[in-house]
Ligand binder design. Structure first.
Ligand code: NDP
Length: 450
């Protein structure tokens, strides 16, 4: 079967690819299996050197990769460049981490007790279409650093950057079979990867619904699983915050990547005493978001990923619309920046819209702010805007999410752990924490008795 890959900004085909089925997936797993003993045995210094070379090649090919990502996802080119820079930094980081992920010596009687970090074997990496190369690198970096081989399944909508990265990995000297990319439908090749008896771990990013199926499918073979799923994060704006700064930043925390971001702060919770003033400022700053051709250097928001996804997103806008922006005429899966006044019980405030739609919700006091922020099945990210440092810490400790920021909306950094509470998943990506998800602890006792 042939797969036609589209540019969502033009609706024009940009590639035709052969689609893999079960047989091709099984072949990729066999290649990964054959490559595992050799890759695991590569010396620590050489493994680090190979990852560093891959980072260097990503930097050398940064413009090419950014253009692939921009055309395939509809991302503004400036943002795509930033994402590719992060991919290189991820490989630099894990090149440096190879020899720092070490075991311990533990005091025991009668001998010496040491621990080792052993690779898991073959890791299946299933990634989505919203940040295809970034999210792939967050899994590849620690998986390869720990000595695993991998089968990477990109989303069918956005396979192009993963295929190019696999070529660069070979060019970097990473041996054949260590990084395998399989392009095919999730419900066929993704599911087979999850159920394959020779795969040791599945690292999945995507919807909570498919993530639940991944857990079920992995159960029969007791696979390790890490899940980065949906979010419905709160942006908490207290009356004592720098309202101008909070309002200037808030649109980019929801409308970045056209809202197709699991960290999107898509519930903006505003203290009632400053509601009118904040909403006025927010409407002004949202009107300033530049929506248009992703190849234009000044564009800040592109289209949605597909026609089907646009239909899903529009089904959420039926309430009290406070602001609706403009979109370009002509082809492209465009959707305007949209602000909706809502209650936390409305569908737009409960479900992950994954589009440029923000729900504005008032709160009375700190206790209600925390209760509303936590009244969701998700727990991925969030922000707290206040000038009161003690309040910032109190609220941060009380909100059940994995990644938070104070007076900022940024949640993702190469060196810091990223992942969710509750139905946003489990396991941590990035930083040294990610290495835990791609290795087993082995405990060894050596007797010193004569
Ligand atoms: P999915 O969860 O369906 O897709 C994510 C990945 O899983 C893709 O590679 C997909 O393959 C694969 N997949 C699909 N079905 C299976 C399966 N049965 N077994 C194994 N892998 C599978 O997300 P969608 O693309 O359908 O997006 C739907 C919603 O999910 C979005 O609107 C958003 O709410 C949420 N989402 C959240 C993301 C996040 O970052 N947390 C990312 C993407 C989506 P393929 O696409 O090739 O079929």
């Amino acid at each position: 079967m042939t797969l036609t890959v589209l540019n969502p900004a033009t609706e024009q085909p940009i590639a035709e690819l052969e689609q893999a089925g079960i047989e091709e997936l099984d072949e990729a797993v066999s290649r990964a299996e054959a490559a595992f003993p050799g890759w695991r045995a590569v010396s620590v210094a050489d493994r680090a050197r190979l990852l560093r070379r891959l980072a260097g090649l990503v930097e050398e090919h940064a413009e090419e990769l950014a253009r692939i990502e921009s055309q395939n996802v509809g991302k503004p080119i400036a943002g795509a460049r930033g994402e590719v820079a992060m991919v290189a930094n991820v490989f630099h980081f894990y090149a440096g981490a190879v020899d720092k992920h070490h075991g311990e010596t533990i005091p025991v009687d009668g001998g010496v007790d040491v621990t080792f970090r052993e690779p898991l074997g073959i890791c299946g990496l299933i990634v989505p279409w919203n940040f295809p190369l970034n999210i792939a690198s967050w899994k590849l970096g620690p998986a390869l650093a720990c000595g695993n081989t991998v089968v990477l399944k990109p989303a069918e909508l956005t396979p192009l950057s993963a295929l190019r990265l696999a070529e660069l990995a070979l060019e970097a000297g990473i041996p054949e079979g260590v990084l395998n990319v399989v392009v095919g439908p999730g419900r066929v090749v993704g599911q087979r990867l999850v159920e394959h008896p020779d795969v040791a771990k599945i690292a999945f990013t995507g919807s909570t619904e498919v993530g639940a199926g991944v857990m079920r499918g992995a159960a029969d073979t007791i696979k390790r699983v890490s899940l980065e799923l949906g979010g419905k994060s709160a942006n908490l704006v207290f009356a004592d915050a720098d309202l101008e700064r909070a309002a200037a930043a808030a649109p980019y925390a929801v409308f970045d990547n056209a809202g197709q971001d699991c960290c999107a702060r898509s519930r903006i919770l505003v203290q009632r005493t400053v509601w009118d003033r904040f909403v006025g400022l927010l409407v002004d700053s949202t009107a300033g978001v530049r929506v248009g051709d992703p190849s234009d250097e000044s564009t800040e928001m592109g289209p949605l990923i597909s026609a089907q996804h646009r239909e899903t997103v529009s089904s959420y806008v039926d309430g009290n619309v406070v602001y609706r922006g403009n979109t370009p005429e002509g082809p492209g899966f465009w959707f305007p920046c949209t602000l909706v006044e809502a209650s936390n019980d409305d569908r737009v405030a409960r479900e992950e819209v994954f589009g440029p739609v923000a729900a504005l919700i008032p709160f009375e006091d700190e206790a209600e702010a925390i209760a509303l922020a936590n009244d969701t099945p998700y727990g991925l990210s969030g922000s707290i805007w206040t000038r009161d440092g003690a309040r910032a810490l109190r609220v941060a400790r009380a909100v059940d999410t994995g990644v938070l920021s104070v007076n900022s909306n940024s949640s993702v950094r190469v060196a810091t752990p990223f992942g969710g509470f509750k139905q946003s998943g489990f396991g941590r990506e990035l930083g040294m924490h990610a290495l835990e998800g791609y290795s087993e602890v082995k405990n060894l006792f050596l007797s010193t008795e004569a």
